[in-house]
Design a protein around this ligand. Structure first.
Ligand code: DGI
Ligand code: FE
Ligand code: FE
Length: 187
């Protein structure tokens, strides 16, 4: 099945995005083994999490219209969030994926949300520490991820919030909910 999915997504994205997807899948399996999560689900979610990311804006909006997706104003005005919204619907309708946890892991891989499942957290973190990521500090974040998924999430969210406020982008409420929920355990 994984090999079949690889062939399917290859046609939908750039080589770079494909390499990223395979890297996230591999990282997700690693984290799944550490944190006692089904590694098959982790591999599938990681491989497919960015399935609609390289589609044009028009194609993404076509998915939104065809499948009756309703976006909030904030979502509509944050084009970077579109792929996380369209991907789970595309995976359910076109790839025939039914597993709710996999679909949710894809849906919340960009923003996070409150009360994430372990699989959702794994995909969120795997996306930011996969082998193809090269930013400064990634090595430190990787080490953190292998001892605490939630502390790694906080670092990731902190990075995103800085980036978003610096660029004057809107912030999805789910990101704030994820931050508060985890932070409450640490203060
Ligand atoms: O798809 P990837 O590049 O692998 O990674 P991703 O799905 O985490 O997307 C990262 C981008 O999404 C990054 O440029 C910042 C943006 N992003 C993340 N959270 C938010 C957001 N954009 C807005 N407007 N609001 C958010 O809350
Ligand atoms: Fe993404
Ligand atoms: Fe990604």
């Amino acid at each position: 099945m994984i090999e079949q999915y690889k062939l399917q997504i290859k046609k939908l994205m750039s080589e770079k995005r494909f390499v990223h997807s395979v890297s996230v899948a591999r990282e997700a399996v690693k984290l799944a083994k550490i944190y006692g999560v089904d590694s098959n689900k982790a591999e599938i979610s990681g491989l497919l999490h960015d399935v609609t990311k390289d589609m044009s804006k028009d194609d993404q909006l076509q998915i939104v219209r065809c499948f009756g997706i309703i976006m909030t104003d904030i979502e509509f005005r944050s084009a970077k969030l579109w792929h996380a919204i369209t991907a789970p619907v595309y995976l359910e309708k076109i790839f025939g994926i039914k597993d709710r946890d996999i679909l949710n892991a894809v849906r919340y891989h960009t923003t996070g949300r409150a009360c994430m499942s372990k699989l959702e957290k794994i995909i969120f973190v795997a996306d930011s520490i996969s082998e193809d990521r090269k930013y400064s500090g990634v090595e430190k974040l990787r080490k953190k991820a292998y001892v605490s998924l939630e502390e790694a999430m906080l670092i990731g969210i902190n990075f995103t919030l800085n980036e978003l406020t610096n660029k004057k982008y809107l912030i999805a409420p789910d990101t704030i909910f994820a931050y508060n929920e985890i932070m409450m355990k640490f203060i």
